[in-house]
Design a protein around this ligand. Structure first.
Ligand SMILES: [Zn+2]
Length: 176
């Protein structure tokens, strides 16, 4: 299968012609310029009153069976904050309250046999824990971990964001 949309794309997305070098490059057949940029995602560090964060066990590949924070890709022109709200609704079955921005992290996501660059945007959030209804297609279970002592997460950007989240939480007047 030809690689189509990642940093290793070998064919032009417009005319299908073979590329002679990897993006960023121009198609030698039609001149179309191909750039590959990190795709934005939105993720939630949902905190409870005890300073713990919500982790979901992934039901789907890649990284099925590992712990993750809720989140997903932004659709089209969707703002990451809106994507964070939507993903919270979809994955937790409840309206979450988005709080402070934590940060952005560049990572890698394996999709359709390509390793794609992603720009993961993390937000603090709060939720009524009793109202959470997991989508079994996305997650097999949930738990709450101490923000100061997180496990190894499914993606390295989550590990990085949780370190920053723990530090930020100490410095925020609201504690969230
Ligand atoms: Zn072309």
């Amino acid at each position: 299968m030809p690689l189509a949309s990642g940093p290793s794309a070998g064919f032009c997305a417009r005319c299908g012609g073979a590329l002679v070098s990897r993006p960023p490059t121009a198609c030698p057949s039609c001149g179309y310029q191909l750039y590959v940029n990190a795709r934005p995602t939105a993720s939630l560090v949902v905190l409870d009153d005890l300073g713990r964060f919500l982790a979901l066990r992934r039901a789907i590949e890649p990284m099925a069976g590992l712990w993750e924070t809720p989140g997903g890709f932004c659709d089209g022109f969707e703002h990451p904050r809106d994507a964070a709200l939507r993903e919270g609704r979809e994955e937790l079955g409840v309206e979450v309250q988005i709080r402070d921005f934590i940060g952005m992290y560049v990572g890698a996501y394996e999709f359709q046999d390509e390793l794609l660059p992603v720009l993961d945007c993390f937000f603090f959030a709060t939720v009524d824990p009793a109202a959470i209804r997991l989508d079994p297609a996305e997650s097999t279970e949930l738990t709450w971990f101490d923000l100061a002592d997180p496990p190894k997460m499914a993606f390295s950007t989550m590990d990085e964001a949780l370190v920053d989240a723990a530090r930020l939480r100490e410095s925020l007047p609201s504690g969230k």
